[in-house]
Ligand binder design. Structure first.
Ligand code: HEC
Ligand code: HEC
Length: 330
């Protein structure tokens, strides 16, 4: 049997269907994706308790945000008192609103800032972080407008006063949420997740993702943990992460080049650093240790440490098997 190699060019055309209209059709047929009743929001009353349930559950916010001593996520700012301004979000939203007023020349309330943070996360990017917060209306998170409101009430309650009446969601949000929720990317080949799992953890095989990625208790720590990746990222992001890893580099996983005094070049991600030495995880998943006194030069690189040639290495079938496995990690 011929092995069909995937080829990166196939990405845009063949690998994934990006047709929103089809997504809409599918959701219409199956009756899903419309205005979902928000289980945690009773009769449209947004309470901090309802929002807390969304933050730590369906909204997946806690996969990136801790709240003070609760949770260990570090990709987004801590929403508790140890946040960037040393204030919990319910308070620091007021300082952010003043910043937004200055930047846009119109009045902003703290609630306006929180609404924008959720619905247009890229409009204002907190200093020191990347523009990598997903819009929670879109797949795979798919919050309904009432759930967004409840999540905001919870954020207000962290150091501030919950005030549902202050939250002005943009008009037409229900229709927007419905359209966004239907924008599902689907692989056109159904992969076999069981085979995908074997390929993922086969260190000598064509994929070997587990050399660098942890899923639950298995795998390596060179790249980000993928245990819940499909819970926060849609299929398009995941496909692009695999085939074009340098397009968006996950924060904390930037590549550096270290040139030693004896002209050795070490490229990879800094995993640990002390006064005496720096430990770099390379693209083979190995840890290389360089003594600080041997370092001549250190430069950030725009290329991911994740290999960029999976499009050439994997067959179409293998790619879809791995994809099926990764898309099930929620
Ligand atoms: C995949 C990671 C990720 C997820 C999931 C995520 N966020 Fe974020 N969030 C970020 C990052 C990174 C930033 C900082 C960059 C920015 O401002 O966009 C951020 C910023 C924010 C801010 C602004 C914080 C500040 O200090 O001004 C708020 C509010 C927020 N997120 C709320 C939420 C809520 C609520 C959810 C769940 C519905 C959520 N986030 C889900 C990554 C995430
Ligand atoms: C040599 C180590 C290495 C191997 C092998 C590897 N990756 Fe990665 N991967 C990384 C690194 C480092 C990052 C973070 C930098 C970036 O975003 O490109 C990453 C990022 C990702 C991301 C984005 C994660 C996020 O939270 O943003 C996904 C998804 C991913 N890899 C999937 C895979 C899959 C599937 C395979 C196997 C086909 C694989 N990786 C093989 C190192 C690796």
């Amino acid at each position: 049997m011929r092995r069909h190699l995937l080829g990166v060019a196939a990405l845009t055309v063949a690998v994934v269907l990006a047709i929103a209209a089809l997504g809409e059709l599918i959701t219409r047929v199956s009756g899903e994706g419309g205005e979902r009743p928000a289980a945690a929001v009773v009769a449209g009353v947004a309470t901090p308790e309802a929002g807390e349930a969304i933050f730590w559950g369906k909204g997946k916010c806690s996969t990136c945000h801790a709240v003070g001593g609760r949770g260990g996520a570090v990709r987004g700012p801590d929403q508790g008192a140890t946040g960037p301004l040393g204030q919990p979000i319910g308070l620091r939203a007021e300082a952010r609103a003043r910043e937004r007023s200055r930047a846009t020349g119109r009045p902003w309330t703290a609630a306006d800032y929180l609404v924008e943070s959720l619905l247009d996360p890229g409009a204002y990017v907190v200093a020191g972080y990347k523009n990598e917060m997903p819009n929670p209306l879109r797949p795979p998170i798919r919050l309904a407008p009432d759930e967004v409101r409840a999540a905001i009430v919870y954020l207000q309650s962290l150091g501030g006063t919950p005030d549902p009446a202050a939250i002005a969601l943009p008009p037409g949000l229900a229709a927007q949420a419905q359209a966004a929720a239907a924008e599902e990317w689907r692989a056109y080949v159904a992969g076999d997740a069981k085979k995908g799992e074997r390929l993922f953890f086969d260190a000598d095989g064509s994929a070997g993702c587990g050399r660098c990625h942890r899923v639950g208790a298995r795998g390596g720590d060179v790249g980000p943990e993928l245990t819940h990746i499909a819970g926060t990222r849609d299929a398009r992001f995941i496909v692009e992460s695999i085939l074009e890893p340098s397009k968006v580099i996950a924060s904390g996983y930037e590549t550096v080049l270290i040139v030693t005094k004896d002209e050795r070049h070490v490229t990879g991600i800094v995993r640990r650093e002390s006064a005496a030495a720096v430990e770099v995880a390379d693209s083979q998943g190995r840890i290389q240790r360089v003594a600080t006194r041997d370092v001549r030069r250190r430069a950030p690189q725009a290329i991911s440490t994740m290999p960029g040639n999976f499009g050439e290495i994997l067959t179409v079938e293998e790619f879809h098997d791995v994809l099926a496995y990764v898309l099930a990690l929620r």
